[in-house]
Design a protein around this ligand. Structure first.
Ligand code: BGC
Length: 879
């Protein structure tokens, strides 16, 4: 048995950990079926050699009291700026301890605010000044260096260089927070960048969301926190002789304006190469003309470590084609929609102005068309064109440009140059940028459109992940709450997103008003507290921590959010004495039918009250448990009294959204579920097996069908290729998900929205049948309920959970289904199959496999308990 994938706070060997009791997780690898762990132990300490031998602080625990592969460090108080090694050993069923795993480490950061030595500094310019500032600090190291760490917090964005070399490959650090409440700092190991003798640290500051100079309908240019960007930095150097030296930001740093003459996270970046100062961040540079930096107050008193997978240029994408449209205009097509930037290599005369216009569409003449995404932009003049970088050449051979402090949503880039330049297809390269979260899931099937829907929704999910989930990467870049909770399962099946969501829920807590109200977009400048922030959107506060708990088996986030969920639910309760609420936006962007807002908002109020009651139970808060159980029952009663016709088994007008919302969110009384599901199936048949839902119904429709015996029908709906359907987008060339169903809609027409993305999670759930088990979350026990639906010959879902890889894969041939399952060590599964006529495993009768227990076999329904291992079932079903 091998212990692998050791992570601290869900990151591999992280630097700058700031929490007193970091979470340590790992997974196991074993070829032996039925592997389970009796006890686990973790050793930690500052000396690698000792940890390797199992010497240090030891925490031992049995699996009964925990999910098994996770522990919170509880040893001696952690010192700041210190590397801790840790290793794991586990005891198998026979009471035998494994050897210690090869050690992993984490390094603490500031741990306490007062460990910061640096001052927040900026330059003397007004926040309206456009050029971005450089800062530099030259210093001498007179010893050989053992190690060096930079801790840097910024309000705005920064790029750090040392001795002329850019440090690391993160983009757009630090991630966006509500700057006047919480600021993030980033830690880098710069040991290899420094040398004995003279060194220079260089900083280029960008505006980001802190100093929003572009104006749009949300008024980020009027944000209360807005100011000239600033930063605070500590460099801590340890010499070979263990001497310590700290270099900090302060008024002795020098500053000057840079060639980045304009930068806006929202629109674009402008760069004038003629203003470059060669060697500005290297020793010996003549900085006589530079000014002194000036101290500035800290943006907030809460400076915390950025414990996240960073944004990166994750994928390089080459142009599919380049067309010359006229003497001065070229059109590059990257063949797919994405979020990110382009890098241009070009030569031309000094002063040549090159414009790079990014769009998702082309107009009839083949030029970039931004009419679908620039509608909320309110430019005050023509100096800041939307999604258009401006690059001015210095005229010295091949020059290169890639924006530093901006990203866009695009497939096409139209380049214009005001003087003759030479361009080839290779001159422009695109980079798909997003939070670089590891992939955790894969779908593969015999239906190529299904596979493309899965890919396109993942592309939209990632295009909308920049340290917070956004709605779209072009028109808004806003952290729309509704879009994010609808797509939470799609996110979590496919990507290891916990770090981003934990950060974003801290943003929620920063934004919550004392009365419990949250804004519709998070982070917010104040916009969204009075519109669109009802429970159908901002239930993120409950739904996201609950899903993190289900997927990771880790209640930390739920615990952190507990009081906030409570305040939020109490607020809705206070304004909704009847138990019904119409606070919200309703079934946003519907195909045609409109469900009353009160219907869907009350359903989400119910969802929140239920999550609240479950969380209260989990944490042993029995008064709360009783209170929110009673509240949820009251909401359910009010909802059913008003909307349910029990004689007919119909909710409201019997629309797809109405019936499926009631079923999916558990509002239908048990004894009526079958008739409501049947009515939903009839409704869907009457709608020609096509969707008639908006955002909220898109979450529930397919699930309500497949969870209630209509998986085949759900698949027929999900695999449509005519309007309205996800397949309709794909067969018309979509590479990302759209914001609206018709291709020729006149509003809500971004081409890169994740909000209709639930179908992707539905593949894992309904076809693969992989569900977390609420009683043993984190896939400690996997619920397996695959549906071998008609019309699909082959399907495979794979999910890398906390315990390891889970596989659910089936293939039909000659009436027999070959069903392969993999359950990772130290976890189990409960497999449910129906319509089973005959079943074997490994070509033997089920009872012959010692790792399978038959829980029940009832007519043709069967329930099997599986221990960890690999299984090959052969199933014959009734049709
Ligand atoms: C966003 C949506 C969002 C909606 C709510 C739109 O502008 O792009 O995705 O949820 O507003 O009002």
């Amino acid at each position: 048995m091998k212990v692998k994938n050791l992570r601290c706070e869900y990151l591999k060997n992280p630097l700058g950990i700031d929490v007193a009791n970091p979470r340590l997780t790992w997974s196991l690898e074993s070829e032996t079926p039925g592997t389970s762990i009796l006890m686990s132990r973790v050793v930690s300490g500052t000396d690698r050699g000792s940890v390797l031998k199992g010497e240090g602080y030891i925490q031992t625990f049995g699996t009964v009291s925990s999910s098994g592969n996770m522990i919170k460090y509880s040893g001696p108080p952690l010192e700041p700026f210190t590397r801790y090694y840790w290793s794991v050993s586990v005891m198998d069923e026979n009471g035998k301890w494994s050897g210690w795993s090869s050690p992993s480490y984490f390094e603490t950061g500031m741990m306490q605010q007062d460990n910061w030595k640096g001052m927040w500094i900026t330059d003397t310019h007004d926040f309206n000044l456009k050029p971005a500032p450089y800062f530099r600090k030259e210093f001498t190291l007179d010893k050989e260096i053992k190690s060096a760490r930079v801790y840097i917090a910024a309000a705005g964005l920064f790029e750090l260089s040392v001795n002329g070399e850019r440090v690391g490959n993160h983009r757009l650090d630090p991630m966006y927070t509500r700057f006047d409440r919480r600021n993030l700092y980033v830690t880098h190991d710069i040991t290899d960048y420094l040398k004995r003798g003279k060194n220079v640290i260089g900083i280029l500051l960008g505006n980001g969301w802190y100093n929003h100079q572009s104006s749009a309908v949300w008024y980020f240019d009027k944000a209360p926190w807005r100011a000239r960007p600033k930063f605070c930095l500590d460099l801590r150097v340890t010499g070979q002789d263990d001497s310590k030296l700290i270099i900090s930001s302060g008024p002795d740093w020098q500053t000057s304006l840079s060639p980045v003459v304009f930068n806006s996270i929202y629109t674009a970046e402008h760069y004038d190469s003629r203003l470059e100062q060669a060697g500005w961040d290297t020793p010996g540079f003549d900085a006589k003309e530079w000014k002194k930096a000036v101290p500035a107050g800290a943006p907030s008193q809460n400076i915390v470590a950025q414990t996240l997978h960073p944004v990166r240029n994750v994928r390089e994408i080459r142009a599919k084609s380049m067309k010359r449209l006229n003497n001065s205009t070229w059109l590059f097509d990257f063949g797919r929609n994405m979020s990110g930037v382009v890098r241009l290599e070009v030569s031309g005369p000094a002063g040549t102005e090159i414009r790079l216009k990014h769009s998702e569409r082309l107009d009839e003449e083949g030029f970039a068309d931004m009419s679908n995404i620039e509608i909320h932009y309110r430019p005050v003049d023509s100096s800041d064109p939307f999604q258009t970088d401006i690059f001015i050449l210095k005229g010295e051979g091949e020059e290169e440009f890639m924006p530093r402090f901006n990203y866009k949503g695009f497939q096409y880039v139209e380049i214009t140059a005001d003087k003759p330049v030479k361009l080839k297809e290779e001159s422009l390269i695109a980079y798909f940028m997003h939070s670089d979260v590891p992939s955790t899931g894969r779908i593969r099937s015999s239906n190529p459109v299904l596979d493309k829907i899965w890919e396109a929704s993942n592309a939209s999910y990632l295009s909308n992940l920049f340290g917070y989930p956004t709605d779209c990467p072009q028109r808004e870049k806003n952290g729309w709450t509704g879009d994010a909770h609808i797509s939470i399962e799609t996110g979590l099946y496919n990507f290891d997103g916990i770090t981003v969501y934990e950060k974003w829920l801290a943003d929620h807590r920063d934004e919550q008003q004392p009365n419990g109200v949250l804004p519709a977009i998070i982070p917010s400048n104040g916009w969204g507290y009075h519109w669109a922030n009802g429970p159908d959107w901002t239930s993120t506060i409950a739904i996201i921590p609950w899903n993190i708990y289900l997927f990771y088996g880790d209640s930390h986030l739920l615990e952190l959010c507990y009081e906030s969920i409570k305040k939020y639910v109490d607020y809705i309760d206070e304004i909704s004495p009847s138990g019904l609420t119409d606070w919200g936006l309703g079934d946003w962007v519907p195909v045609k039918s409109v469900t009353p807002k009160e219907f869907t908002s009350t359903a989400y109020f119910y969802v929140d009250a239920v999550i609240m009651a479950k969380a209260a139970k989990l944490f042993g808060k029995w008064d709360d448990y009783n209170k929110y159980t009673t509240l949820s029952e009251k909401i359910k009663r009010a909802f059913n009294d008003k909307y349910f016709d029990s004689g007919k088994g119909i909710y409201g007008n019997g629309l797809q959204t109405e019936l499926s919302v009631a079923l999916h969110w558990g509002l239908v009384p048990e004894e009526y579920k079958a008739i409501v599901a049947e009515n939903l199936a009839k409704r869907v048949e009457a709608d020609n097996k096509h969707i008639d839902v908006g955002l909220l119904g898109s979450k529930t429709l397919l699930n309500a069908l497949s969870d209630n015996g209509y998986a085949g029908l759900a698949y027929e709906v999900a695999s449509q290729e005519t309007f309205p359907s996800w397949g309709w987008w794909i067969v018309n060339g979509a590479t990302t998900f759209y914001e609206n169903w018709p291709l020729d809609a006149s509003k809500d027409i971004s081409m890169n929205h994740i909000m209709f993305g639930e179908i992707n999670a539905w593949y894992y759930k309904a076809l693969g049948g992989i569900f977390p088990d609420e009683k043993q979350p984190g896939f400690k026990n996997v619920i397996l309920k695959p549906n071998f639906v008609g019309g699909l010959d082959e399907f495979e879902a794979e999910y890398d959970g906390i315990f390891g890889k889970i596989l659910s894969s089936w293939k039909k041939s000659a009436g027999v289904i070959s069903y392969n399952v993999v359950i990772p060590p130290n976890s189990t599964a409960t497999l449910f199959l129906s319509e089973v006529v005959e079943i074997t495993e490994g070509n033997r009768p089920i009872p012959e496999n010692p790792f399978i227990e038959i829980k029940y076999r009832d007519n043709n329904k069967i329930c099997l308990l599986l221990k960890s291992g690999r299984y090959n079932f052969k199933v014959m079903q009734n049709n």
